[in-house]
Design a protein around this ligand. Structure first.
Ligand SMILES: *[C@@H]1O[C@H](CO)[C@@H](O)[C@H](O)[C@H]1NC(C)=O
Ligand SMILES: *[C@@H]1O[C@H](CO)[C@@H](O)[C@H](O)[C@H]1NC(C)=O
Ligand SMILES: *[C@@H]1O[C@H](CO)[C@@H](O)[C@H](O)[C@H]1NC(C)=O
Ligand SMILES: *[C@@H]1O[C@H](CO)[C@@H](O)[C@H](O)[C@H]1NC(C)=O
Ligand SMILES: *[C@@H]1O[C@H](CO)[C@@H](O)[C@H](O)[C@H]1NC(C)=O
Ligand SMILES: *[C@@H]1O[C@H](CO)[C@@H](O)[C@H](O)[C@H]1NC(C)=O
Ligand SMILES: [Zn+2]
Length: 928
């Protein structure tokens, strides 16, 4: 049994991992860049000297000057690697090529600035329209600008066209950035493939280019590769032929020219992959295609594509849309125009093996990436500071797409759990940031990478959802197609259709330009309402005011009342007053992005309503009351016991949202107390609360269409098992034993994680070794992930230690999975100190070997220190920092700092709350 590990949590963890990853290459890239900054602090280019006759050099920042704009590129790339090593002795990951860029000069200049990174430029030539060479000297900037600079002997003239030609050499690594190498096994043999990930700034690692999103151009690509491989890119293959180079035969694949597009959306793959037969292709490992694992994604993506075409009123602009599942991929997926790349878990589905949450993940990611084909690819943000225009739209629209593809799921119900609560959590920390940042504040690749967080992805949804109902997608897309937009363009488009005295920009400004969100405090006796900036761990120094749309309902009344609170308050209004025993509930159905606090009497009345008939309060708000109460308690607006009291009615609750909200919040209690005497009474309480739910969902083979019921069944079983409900533990071990005995796995896919975990926790070496064997044999990544998680649940110290050592061996645990595996082990209370010791003792190796981008050192530190809440642990953290020197943590620097701050906050919280919480749990369980 793994104490304190709810599987719903594990799912959440995996969802978070993937979201975070999907959310982009985020953290991994952060690692690379931060390390590079350490080594080469970015040097701003010199400012123009007043004596130069022509404007030379970029402005004093890391942006291209904009005086030259590309129109078209011809790019040749040749890769030399072999996919199989059987007969080969000289495997090589080198690539080379040439690039011809046709550009226009807008302003006379003697300098060309472009981007190039980690490439050896072997030849370059600048020519004018007549083919005359313009002589010059080429320099590669050795810093984070990645500038390729050519100083010319004579100036380029405004309104003339020029050609810049380069030949170059590069090398592919397994760094998941630019053009990179990936590996998988087929029939027990290694296979290699090349794939790409350009976003945000790695197209420059493949060929020299103007690598900024607004520098859109047409790309004419040719790839030269080994004859037994297939090359893919954004456009369809126009022609392909065999040619002889240096006595060897090569396949040349020439693609149609692309539409006008940004460099970060380019994509290339060279592999032995097979396609799922159809017009719009889904590519994967041949074994996965033969096993029909691509079928589900194939069907759903076409459905979603056609739905968007209708919804947006603009046909999909390209002639094909390929999707490819890659064995190694830093993000969850990437929306490259015409060639979407995915992690295997985000695309491959096996009926009877993959769970509903695997399926949900696949459809959600597809719906997100396909939405980008319009929002992001057709219309692109002008610069990365407006990344949320791309991501917010894609996330918002993906809910419509999923709802279309899987109507029976009721996906919109999960919005609050998937988007609202997580983003509110992040946005309540002092380290949060406003949605919209100034163009000047986002310069370096690491500035850009930091933007890929949940604020960028989710916050805009709340702020915008009220106005999106009127949004005319077509007119917005038409206005900016093949071009770029800024957030102001969006407001003006919304204003056009909203046609009311509400000034869109005024309202939206308060949500996009200020970080965080308000807590609305309502006094139902006096009818007073006020807003304050809500921060979890401190009081705000900012004088923020939001324009807050508030919807209110009262007991005994069926009408909603609405208000737009524009002042800080307190403001007094009749609508906030309740009479007699009436309760008042604000933020009905959680359409607003804020928390709500009430006077104690109103809290009491709401709790009473939950106890007597909870269905009188909408289900989303039952979740909100719990989530708000726990967060308000953490921020000391209310007592911890009031928050705990919101969970008492759960013994009669069968809905997912309230349960999940409670479990998410109680998870903090588990982390803080699962090594103390509080944990016994807490488990007894949880057993009592979950009993009815467990019985309700007990038939483990139940078929349910509604997705939230399916998830709540998982919760019921994992909470019951992890809190020692004997029935549950026995059933888990029995089901697992059956699998071990007759080699056919009858466990319902949804329940696999929970059952595996609990059976391994209750079992010993035999169970673990069996699961490890199944992990090694699994042919689908989602099954591997479930087993990889479950293997961390054992209570055997030596087995956990051996498992930890496997994370350093890529043939056992893929590099992309190392961090999450170590974090799973740290989540297990038995593994906590093992994982921390392991990370400390292996730090030099880990940070050197994996610090280059694949492992996110930051989330590793974050994961292994999550439980820290003692003075002793704080000292260990400080010692760790001292031992390695403050400057040596690269991208983990901030995470280490945050871990120390969090530990201090935890120490304080435990001191202040332990006794109260212990007494509360004891009181609630005395007469059991
Ligand atoms: C490669 O090796 C396999 C078995 O070792 C052999 O059957 C095959 O003919 C070889 N191919 C080449 C091109 O040498
Ligand atoms: C690899 O070896 C083969 C045969 O020895 C040779 O023809 C070929 O040029 C080599 N390739 C590279 C990239 O060195
Ligand atoms: C670029 O490389 C390709 C393939 O090697 C070659 O056919 C082409 O002529 C080169 N382009 C130029 C302009 O030299
Ligand atoms: C680039 O040039 C350097 C120095 O000549 C060499 O060491 C390196 O291997 C070259 N890299 C590639 C990818 O060809
Ligand atoms: C493939 O995509 C294109 C572009 O949207 C579309 O016209 C075509 O109908 C799709 N093919 C199928 C089989 O859905
Ligand atoms: C895959 O699907 C095809 C067509 O539906 C079917 O004939 C084949 O047996 C399936 N293959 C497997 C391995 O299930
Ligand atoms: Zn996206």
């Amino acid at each position: 049994m793994s104490k304190g590990v709810y599987v719903s949590k594990a799912l959440a963890v995996s969802i978070i991992v993937v979201t975070v990853l999907a959310v982009s290459s985020i953290i991994t890239m952060l690692v690379v860049y931060n390390i590079q900054i350490e080594k080469n602090p970015p040097q701003r280019p010199p400012t123009n000297s007043p004596t130069t006759p022509f404007p030379t050099g970029p402005p004093p920042n890391l942006r291209l000057p904009g005086d030259l704009v590309p129109e078209k590129y011809n790019v040749y790339l040749q890769t030399y690697f072999y996919t199989r090593l059987s007969n080969v002795t000289n495997q090589t990951f080198a690539f080379n090529g040439n690039a011809t860029v046709y550009f226009k000069c807008l302003k006379t200049t003697k300098k060309i600035f472009m981007h190039s990174k980690d490439l050896n430029i072997t030849l370059f030539r600048v020519t004018d329209e007549n083919g005359d060479v313009v002589a010059g000297r080429l320099t590669l900037w050795d810093d984070e600008s990645n500038f390729l600079e050519v100083e010319l002997e004579s100036a380029l003239k405004a309104n003339k066209n020029y050609i810049f030609f380069t030949t170059f050499e590069g090398e592919m690594f397994d760094d998941l950035a630019g053009l990179y190498i990936s590996k998988y096994t087929e029939n027990g043999e290694d296979r290699y493939l090349a794939a790409s990930q350009m976003q945000p700034t790695d197209a420059r690692k493949v060929f020299p280019c103007f690598d900024e999103p607004a520098m859109k151009a047409i790309f004419d690509i040719t790839i030269i590769h080994r004859r037994d491989t297939t090359a893919l890119s954004n456009a369809k293959t126009k022609e392909s032929w065999v040619t002889t180079i240096d006595d060897e035969q090569w396949l040349v694949t020439h693609f149609y020219p692309t539409r006008k597009m940004s460099t970060y959306l380019l994509a290339f793959t060279v592999s032995e992959f097979k396609e799922e037969k159809s017009d719009n292709l889904t590519w994967a490992r041949p074994e996965a295609v033969d096993a029909n694992h691509t079928k589900y994604a194939q069907e759903k993506s076409i459905e979603i594509l056609m739905f968007y075409e209708e919804e947006f009123g603009i046909p999909y602009p390209l002639s094909k849309l390929d999707q490819i599942a890659l064995p190694d991929f830093s993000a969850g997926a990437m929306e490259n125009w015409g060639l979407i790349t995915y992690r295997e878990t985000a695309l491959l589905y096996e009926e009877g093996v993959s769970s509903t949450s695997n399926k949900e993940w696949i459809v959600t990611v597809i719906a997100h990436e396909v939405a980008h084909q319009w929002f992001g690819n057709l219309v692109t943000m002008k610069w990365w500071n407006d990344l949320w225009l791309n991501e917010g739209f894609a996330t918002y629209i993906s809910y419509k797409g999923v709802n279309k593809a899987e109507a029976s799921w009721g996906i919109n119900d999960l919005f609050v759990l998937h988007e609202t609560q997580p983003v509110m959590q992040v946005d309540s920390l002092a380290s949060s940031h406003p949605l919209s940042s100034g163009e000047k504040d986002v310069q370096t690749p690491s500035d850009i990478t930091e933007l890929f967080d949940s604020i960028t992805y989710s916050k805009v949804l709340f702020s915008l959802s009220w106005s999106f109902m009127f949004f005319n997608y077509k007119s917005y897309l038409k206005a900016y197609e093949y071009s770029n937009a800024e957030y102001k363009d969006l407001w003006s488009h919304l204003q056009m259709v909203i046609n009311s005295e509400i000034r869109v920009e005024e309202v939206m400004k308060t949500w996009t330009q200020q970080m965080g969100y308000p807590v609305i405090t309502i006094n139902t006796t006096s009818g007073e309402v006020l807003q304050q900036h809500f921060l979890l761990n401190q009081t705000s120094h900012y004088n923020f005011t939001w324009q807050v749309p508030i919807k209110v309902m009262k007991s005994g009344s069926s009408t909603l009342e609405a208000d737009l609170l524009t002042r800080k308050g307190p403001v007094q209004k009749v609508m906030y007053q309740a009479s007699g025993n009436q309760w008042l509930l604000a933020n009905v159905n959680c359409t607003g992005y804020f928390r709500v606090n009430y006077n104690p009497q109103n809290w009491e009345r709401l709790l009473k309503q939950l106890e007597s008939n909870h269905k009188n309060i909408p289900v989303i708000n039952r979740g909100q009351l719990i989530d708000d109460a726990f967060n308000l308690a953490r921020a000391k607006y209310i007592n911890t016991t009031l928050a705990l009291n919101t969970t008492k009615y759960l013994r009669n609750e069968t809905e997912y949202i309230p349960w999940e909200s409670a479990l998410e919040n109680l998870d903090y209690f588990i982390l803080m107390f699962d090594r103390s005497e509080v944990y016994g009474p807490m488990k007894a309480y949880m057993r009592k609360q979950v009993y009815n739910l467990y019985k309700y969902f007990e038939p483990y083979t139940m078929n349910m269409t509604c997705i939230s019921n399916q998830y709540n069944q998982i919760n019921a079983i994992s909470v019951a098992c992890s809190n020692d409900l004997e029935d549950c533990k026995e059933t888990a071990s029995k089901l697992f034993r059956e699998w071990m005995n007759n080699a056919s796995n009858k466990i319902h896919p949804n329940l696999k994680s929970t059952i595996y975990c609990n059976a391994i926790a209750a079992g010993g070496e035999e169970e673990w070794d069996f699961a490890w064997q199944m992990y090694m044999n699994a042919t689908i990544a989602s099954e591997k992930d479930k087993l990889r998680y479950a293997l961390s649940c054992t209570e055997n110290v030596w087995i956990l230690n051996r498992y930890l050592s496997y994370t350093l061996d890529p043939s056992k645990i893929r590099k992309m999975d190392s961090v999450s595996t170590i974090n799973y082990i740290a989540r297990n209370v038995v593994g906590q100190s093992l994982a921390w010791d392991f990370v400390r003792s292996q730090w030099s190796y880990i940070s050197q070997e994996y610090g280059g981008g694949i492992m996110s050192l930051g989330s590793l530190i974050d994961g292994v220190t999550e439980r820290f809440s003692t003075v002793f642990e704080l000292q260990q953290l400080r010692q760790f920092q001292k031992d390695h020197g403050e400057g040596s943590f690269g991208s983990a620097t901030r995470a280490l700092q945050q871990a120390m701050e969090r530990t201090e906050a935890n120490i304080k919280w435990v001191q202040e709350n332990k006794q109260t919480v212990l007494e509360w749990f004891r009181r609630e369980t005395t007469n059991l």
